[in-house]
Design a protein. Structure first.
Length: 83
């Protein structure tokens, strides 16, 4: 009986150690989850930005959706409007 009190036969200290490790793991998972879920986390990726009108125009010209004359005309209009 003396050996059981010292952890010889029972091994309760192993159970408590496993419970402690489990609690620490749950706390770590919660902290990581909560810090990554919000947009103000700071460590995450930046929010995607919308392309400018000039970038959209460049992409349309590159894909062949508009010809050179249309591209030049619209680029001039963007320059006059401040875009």
């Amino acid at each position: 009986m003396y050996g059981w009190m010292m952890g010889g036969a029972g091994g309760w200290w192993i159970v408590w150690l496993l419970v402690l490790v489990l609690v620490i793991a749950v706390v770590v998972v919660l902290v990581v989850t909560l810090t990554r879920s919000g947009p103000s986390a700071g460590g995450g990726a930046a929010a995607p930005t919308r392309p400018s009108a000039r970038e959209i125009l460049d992409e349309r010209y590159a894909r062949g959706e508009i010809d050179h004359e249309e591209y030049v005309r619209r680029r001039g209009e963007l320059g006059r409007s401040g875009g």
